[in-house]
Design a protein around this ligand. Structure first.
Ligand code: S3P
Length: 170
């Protein structure tokens, strides 16, 4: 079965909100990768980065993706760094469709400015940093994606309708 929806995109692109909406309204089972990893490690993401390092965290992400390969009817809210590893992209492509949720740096800033569980942004919560990291990653996100869906100024309902339309029309 290749029916999993993988939501990728920058931090604050709305992946978790969209996954929850698809769970509530379209009968998908939502998997929030960061949350699963925190449960598994019994530690917040920031603690994992601090104590075990980013590479360890990236291995956990790949392990989690592998463990989801055989499940059906999922919508997976991926951590923002997931599409940076080619092996992760391979797993996603094998298991379903990859949806790149886009958001402007301004939108991202507004969405992340009050949160404290994103180690990569913790000391860098400003527009120039967000813009430059986004620019560095954009190509990888686009290469991994089957569809691009904009989230700027749009409700979860609108975004999900567009995702489901795109899946239906292929
Ligand atoms: C990361 C994004 C975060 C989290 C970690 C690293 C990234 O997830 O996995 O802080 O490298 O972009 P969200 O995109 O869900 O915030």
């Amino acid at each position: 079965m290749k029916d999993t929806i993988f939501l990728i995109g920058f931090m604050g692109a709305g992946k978790s909100t969209v996954a929850e909406y698809l769970e509530r309204n379209y009968g998908r089972r939502a998997v929030e990768m960061d949350e699963r990893i925190e449960e598994q490690e019994q530690m917040p993401i920031s603690g994992i980065f601090e104590e075990k390092g980013e590479e360890y965290f990236r291995e956990l992400e790949t392990g989690l993706l592998k463990s989801l390969e055989k499940e059906e009817n999922l919508v997976v809210s991926c951590g923002g760094g997931v599409p940076l590893r080619p092996c992760n992209v391979e797993i996603m492509k094998e298991s379903g469709r990859v949806v790149f949720l886009t958001a402007s740096p301004e939108t991202v800033y507004e969405r992340v400015k009050n949160s404290h569980n994103r180690p990569l942004l913790e000391k860098n919560k400003n527009l120039p940093f967000i813009k430059s990291l986004m620019d560095k990653r954009r190509e990888r996100y686009e290469a991994a994606a089957d569809y691009l869906v904009s989230t700027d100024g749009r409700s979860a309902e609108e975004i999900c309708r567009e995702i489901m339309e795109k899946m239906k029309n292929e």
